[in-house]
Write a protein that binds this ligand. Structure first.
Ligand code: OFO
Length: 165
């Protein structure tokens, strides 16, 4: 059985994963609006992944007999100066999510709640992958540049990331 503190924190995480899905879907829409179809496809797929992160948490709460509570959702930003600025925001957001996962791990460790501590290991590994993925996208943008045809090539490269999943 989960403590009340852990139930509250897992609920917060569920809502954060839903916010992540909304953020990436909004960014996908911004990309589609700018004719960046590769980036739009990649971010739309990533929004689906965020919902799967949310469902994994939801199922875990159900298994422990806890009630998941979905809260109100802040609207994500919908305008960006450039593709680079948008992906910088993604990277920052993923670093924020990692900090929240780390806080959860710390709580599970100090309570102690070993079942939840073990359950959270998947998220620790996933956040490592997420940060690596978005850092590598930022590196690509830096390397190729977004001037002239660069933007077209970047969009193609990021589109390939969607296809490779
Ligand atoms: Fe759920 O990993 Fe990204 O936010």
């Amino acid at each position: 059985m989960l403590s009340q503190a852990m139930t509250n924190r897992l609920n917060e995480q569920i809502n954060l994963e839903i916010y992540s899905a909304h953020l990436y879907l909004q960014m996908s829409s911004w990309c589609a609006h700018k004719a960046l179809e590769g980036c739009a496809a990649f971010l739309s797929q990533h929004a689906d992944e965020e919902m799967s992160h949310m469902r994994r948490l939801l199922n875990y709460m159900h298994e422990t007999g806890a009630l998941a509570i979905l809260g109100g959702m802040e609207a994500p930003p919908h305008t960006f100066q450039s593709l680079k600025e948008m992906f910088s925001k993604v990277y920052e957001h993923e670093q924020f999510v990692t900090r929240k996962i780390n806080e959860l791990v710390q709580l599970a460790d100090t309570e102690p709640d070993y079942a939840t501590l073990q359950f959270l290991q998947w998220y620790v590994a996933e956040q490592h992958q997420e940060e690596f993925l978005f850092k590598s996208i930022l590196d690509k943008i830096e390397l190729i540049g977004t001037e002239g045809q660069g933007l077209f090539f970047i969009d193609q490269e990021i589109g390939k990331l969607a296809q490779s999943k």
